[in-house]
Design a protein around this ligand. Sequence first.
Ligand code: PEP
Length: 249
Amino acid sequence: MRKNIVAGNWKMNNSLQEGLTLAKDLQSALNGKTLNCEVVICPPFIHLAHIAGEVRTIGLGAQNCADKVSGAYTGEVSAAMVASTGAQYVILGHSERRAYYAETNDILKEKVLLALANELTPIFCIGEVLSEREAGIQNQVVESQICEGLFDLSAEDFGKIVLAYEPVWAIGTGKTASPEQAQEMHAFIRKTVAGKYGAQVADETSILYGGSCNAGNAKELFSNPDVDGGLIGGASLAVDKFMPIVEAF
Ligand code: PEP
């Protein structure tokens, strides 16, 4: 059975001390709770090693990794370095990386391979911008992101990927995809995966929704059969906002 996952993307927020406090407070809030999902947090790189020592039942992920193995790439952080902190996940292809740092599907393909080689689970983000949805080409956009970024993988390796559908027009805007829009796209994504790798791999792939998911809409979004959790930005920065999302399953 595929996993339900609620992952917090902290983006470029919080000092190290604030991040440590947030992680500790979240761990305390989760202690003793029986959940129907795995909880993951993705702090900035410099928090990872510190937070790894504070979390027990929370998964840990980075928000990015380099597309190179190692060497003279000033400012970059490799997948091996991320893994060495104790992290198990890495977000790849977030729309902010695609838009502001020119990350193409070709670059992302390299990052995915390096993440997998270092036993990190990629949370691979896909999603259309507003003009693409208005033009009715959201399915083609998402399909090409998946094909170009991931479909060179073997079925075994694809089975290690978590997908996150994040309509760019919903990220940080307060404008959420409706439960119907989310379900329709998630079903399309699963069908696309099934077309390449077969029904079993598709059934076992966790597909998260991201984009202004909050305490008020999480339950309805997660009740869709093809929505297996959320990638949460703003609402992951406060325990009292994140916990109701985690508990929405
Ligand atoms: C995100 O950036 O992955 C995201 C979903 O952000 P927000 O929840 O703030 O829309």
